[in-house]
Design a protein around this ligand. Sequence first.
Ligand code: SF4
Length: 436
Amino acid sequence: MARRYWLETLGCPKNQVDSDKIAGGLAEQGYRPAAEVAEADLVVVNTCAFIDEARRESLETVEGLAAQRRPGARLVVTGCLAERAGSGLRQGHPEIDAVAGFGEPLALGPTRRGRRRSLEVSGSGPAPRMDLLNMPRPPAAAPWAYVKIAEGCDRRCGYCAIPSFRGPQRSRSPEAILAEIEALGASEVVLVAQDLASYGRDGGRGERRLVPLLEAARELAQWVRLLYLYPSDLTDELISAILATGVPYFDLSLQHASRPLLRRMRRWGDGERFAARIAEIRREAPHAAFRSNFIVGYPGETEEDHDELLAFVSEAQLDWVGIFAYSEEQGTYSEGLDGRVPEPLVAERMAELREVCDEITERCRRDLVGSTTIVLVDRPGRARSHREAPEIDGLVEVPDDLAPGSFADVEIVGAAGVDLAALPVVPVGTAAEAGL
Ligand code: SF4
């Protein structure tokens, strides 16, 4: 009887890709997915540890699954929290049977040291470390899929601990990435990495190779979308390559707009330069969509800094915005930095920024009513245009009879909050018929 596993994934799209590969590795070892937790012989939690809140959510999920598992089933914690905390994670969490860092085989049963006894592959000794970056993964389960093109990061943003546990940037070979895209067979691929635009320039050496990769990927998937672009790497060449994909979607990791505060974050840029770049792109592609994230309450953030951020978002009119409260992370430059912003003030500033950004997002959506666009149908009744990335942005409601995986030319007939409603202009099947 095949052994069953339950795999719970937390955190970012990069973790989602790791989980796909873990699932692929377990399938190779004869495991089958369980329909529910209580059915599983092996329960795996692929955790996130980016900030406090994420760590809390990871531990709550571990406790929840431990309570649901059947007697004798093994609970293994992997991912960022496992890598960051190591076997120490089991202290205070006796429900955890094993902690497996990145690429470590998912141990079956505790050992004396409680960290790992390699997964026995029948008769052939301990299971090898998993090369999570290049392991095969099953074909895409949806019309879109994330593709991780590099691991780690060479930057040292003041608030970020990721380089300390994901390591320096390691770019995959273009051949491995393109082979994965082909094997996935998705209509849309979303390229992800910690610092996407630095792809190919590991350790600050060598050329950035995102543009040629993008051009090659376009031959294999109708839509290629990019997430996590560091603003200083948004070159003219990259902008042209993105516009040529037919998915003019710019996910710019800006984090703030105040120059002095960005320097204190050890990051490049300022609101003036960001706004100028966005305006330039809009002149070339008026229907381009923009997303960004901002951190509120970084040590030293003044009322003037905050006002500058509010002024910037009002000028930039971003379609989508993620807002995060500063979280002090061990081992980062900002740990212990002076100028802590009191939590109530952080909450007040976040609420103010959220209100401004939500109003802009919803007005951008309303302004689309009456326009036409091309959508990719994700599942019956649900689609996305170039303006909506999977899982993080709104969506476009369409008639149920449009086939998942197909592209359709639609007219936007309504907007409700962040979501749109649309009707086909010309019901078409494949990308070719949609003139893509
Ligand atoms: S670019 Fe900055 S924020 Fe992003 S992973 Fe690297 S160090 Fe962290």
